[in-house]
Design a protein around this ligand. Structure first.
Ligand SMILES: [Zn+2]
Length: 145
């Protein structure tokens, strides 16, 4: 049985749907130790058996931010400032790790956050790990590159 969760940034310009293969209470919660996630104290969820949709309702408010190795980008709302997801794209496909606290049912993620430090990783290993562990993601309403 799948579990469908909805979310959005604070103002609603960027919507989010996450379909999990198990209840949120059983999902592993990550606390990425990268410098960006630490400044947000972000808790994230990624499950390769899940499906995510990032729905941009107001393209003018979509902010994409890259740093470090630039293997991925942060998805933020320009208007309300909420950090929605970390996104990686390759060959027309996308994967993401979702900021749990952008989901309506954030309180259901009850497992303690596990610190994760990938700072010593090279670019190639990083992309492969993300494709294996992050959630396949559909980008809906995104501006054309
Ligand atoms: Zn917003």
């Amino acid at each position: 049985m799948t579990h469908c969760l909805n979310g959005a940034c604070h103002c609603g310009a960027i919507g989010l749907e996450l379909t999990l293969p198990r209840p949120p209470e059983e999902e592993v919660v990550g606390a990425c130790q990268c410098s960006f996630c630490r400044k947000h104290n972000a808790r994230t969820v990624s499950d390769p058996r899940a499906q995510a949709r990032l729905v941009v309702h107001e393209p003018a408010e979509l902010q994409r931010y890259r740093f470090g190795l630039e293997a991925s980008e942060v998805v933020l709302c320009r208007r309300c400032g909420v950090y929605v997801a970390m996104l990686m794209t390759e060959a027309g496909k996308a994967w993401s790790t979702i900021n749990i606290d952008a989901l309506d049912e954030r309180a259901r993620f009850t497992r303690p956050a596990e610190p994760r430090d990938f700072s010593g990783e090279a670019l190639e290993g990083r992309r492969e790990r993300r494709i294996a562990r992050w959630t396949p993601t559909k980008l809906v309403g995104w501006p054309k590159e």
